[in-house]
Design a protein around this ligand. Sequence first.
Ligand code: PEP
Ligand code: MG
Length: 326
Amino acid sequence: ARKRLLKLKKTPAVTKDGTAITLLANIELPDDCPAALDAGANGVGLFRSEFLFMGRGATVLKVPGEDEQFEQYRKAVVAMKGRPVTIRTLDVGADKPLDTTEHTALNPALGLRAIRYCLAEPQLFLTQLRAILRASSFGKVRILIPMLAHAFEIDQTLSMIEQAKLQLRDEGVKYDEAVEVGAMIEIPAAALALPMFVKRMDFLSIGTNDLIQYTLAIDRVDYEVAHLYNPLHPAVLMLIAQTIAVGQKAGLDVAVCGEMAGDVKLTRLLLGMGLREFSMHPAQLLAVKQEILNSDLAAITSRTRRILRSFEPNEIATAVEQLQSL
Ligand code: PEP
Ligand code: MG
């Protein structure tokens, strides 16, 4: 079966009725790029840059400096040979602690993490933004911001990006002036206040891992409540479907980059919600592509509409299963 999948590497991901789907890879380090290309990825949809900052215990520099980061981002951009690379800015805190952050919050998932941390550490953030922008002169780079919930966070972030650009311009350093900036939609408040995002952002990427965690109030790394972590909860489905619909209506690309995007059992449900861009671990990519090649959008879409109207968990689970035999 694996052999048959490997044959699909160069086959475009198109549904039976001819709709093209973009399949992107999630990576942690530039060294993951060959695996992404081997799986036939159209680009990188999520470069989790925090992995450059983690596990540095013994090194002299606790956090990577601008040049070190730039080298890593450039490496990924060059490795992807012209395909877009979406670099997510530092998403530390909660399940991804930084060696240098000593204070232990009572509820780290609700604390000073991701963009909140970056806005509280402007020098660190500016350093990363400069490094990313410098890499953008070597290929198509998109900047993705994690954990946004407030308009002022978006505005502050955009003005810091402008500041980084201005500094580079003054120094005569090259970067892509048109670099796109997007938001992770992974806090329920963001999914419920999308107009705030679509007017300020160039693209959206739904982080279902955190969106589920925050919607259901389930710590994603606490095994004692793992059985309550349900991607098919109607509230979760509603938020995902809304984000896709509202984002696309505003003309923005909308991707899903959480684990749901790489789950073949959910491929058709997401297609039925209108999703056209999936970002996942490279190991899942060809199996998802195979599912797409066998999918008939018209049938799936009308069935999905019915699923989205249901509030009965058993009914939803059964209907999602049945999507696979359409
Ligand atoms: C997510 O939250 O779904 C996501 C893609 O980001 P992470 O898993 O790195 O928090
Ligand atoms: Mg997340």
